[in-house]
Design a protein around this ligand. Structure first.
Ligand SMILES: C[S@@+](CC[C@H](N)C(=O)[O-])C[C@H]1O[C@@H](n2cnc3c(N)ncnc32)[C@H](O)[C@@H]1O
Length: 272
């Protein structure tokens, strides 16, 4: 686990103090905001607030002071890749929608058990489904919550993020196992970290930061097992297109009932 701190600055000092307390992280001082004080570089990563010039809001970012992992990382549903996919992504015909079962007018309840930076959950919610997002890394969850908060100020996205997306910080294996039957969702979606993902520079950068923070999700087969005990209609597992299916003794040779493929990705579908 990398060392990580909250970088305070004069403008957002009280928010930084709250965040550091919430995440139980030390505070460091960023040289851009504190004359002659710069102790953030002694940490592997730091979280901090900065102005989001596009909408006048503040934005939580994760920065690697060495620059090895690329520039700052933050969640943005309004602009960039996710916003573009929302506007032009192909609607219910896109592979992710087919893999979730968003056929015709169906709006299943979905639990995204590996929320990460929330991109897949946002696509699913923007197509009409109710999505519960579960993320076990409190730092990733804080970035995601911040992105959802900013999107709630956007007139186009407000309904999607406030009425169809709910974030829980928890380990989904336990959370799904403890979920009462009457709350079982139609679909559980999962996209565990895969050791050898290698795509575009942007994805690579995000994946490298994510991996640095959360490691490889080596308990993914346990998560699939918990998901199969909970989903009413299907469990969808995202994998790199040529990766083997999830396996492990807990799954006792369970094979997917089908798959949806796209250029780089395969969605394995399990019917419980
Ligand atoms: C590859 S990322 C998911 C990316 C996500 N699909 C997106 O669109 O941004 C995997 C994430 O799942 C989280 N994760 C893995 N296993 C989990 C579990 N058992 N419970 C909750 N979160 C989990 C990791 O912490 C990591 O943030």
């Amino acid at each position: 686990m990398p060392s990580i701190a909250v970088a305070t600055n004069l403008k957002y000092a009280s928010d930084c103090a709250l965040l550091a307390k919430h995440l139980n992280l030390p505070i460091c001082h960023d040289k851009n905001n504190h004359d002659n004080v710069d102790d953030c570089a002694t940490f592997d990563l730091f979280l901090g607030y900065e102005d989001d010039d596009a909408n006048g809001l503040q934005r939580l970012t994760l920065t690697d002071p060495s620059g090895n992992l690329g520039s700052s990382l933050y969640v943005d549903f309004i602009a960039g890749k996710v916003g573009h996919r929302h506007r032009f992504g192909g609607g219910r015909g896109q592979p992710l929608a087919k893999a979730i079962g968003l056929k015709g007018g169906a709006n299943p309840t979905v639990i995204d058990a590996t929320a990460g930076l929330g991109r897949d959950a946002f696509v699913i919610a923007s197509l009409g489904a109710q999505v519960m997002l579960i993320e076990r890394s409190p730092i990733i969850a804080a970035l995601l919550e911040d992105g959802l908060g900013r999107a709630s100020h956007d007139t186009e996205l407000k309904t999607i993020v406030t009425e169809r997306m709910n974030l829980v910080t928890a380990n989904a294996i336990k959370w799904l196992t403890d979920l009462p039957t009457e709350k079982h969702p139609d679909v559980v979606y999962m996209d565990p970290m895969y050791p050898h993902r290698n795509k575009s520079a942007l994805v690579k950068k995000e994946m490298r930061v994510l991996r640095e923070l959360v490691g490889d999700d080596e308990d993914a087969s346990q998560l699939l097992h918990a998901a199969l005990g909970c989903a009413k209609r299907r469990v969808t597992v995202k994998r790199p297109r040529t990766a083997p299916i999830l396996s492990g003794s807990i799954l006792s040779n369970r094979k997917p009932n089908g798959a949806v493929e796209s250029k780089n990705t395969r969605y394995d579908i399990y019917v419980p």
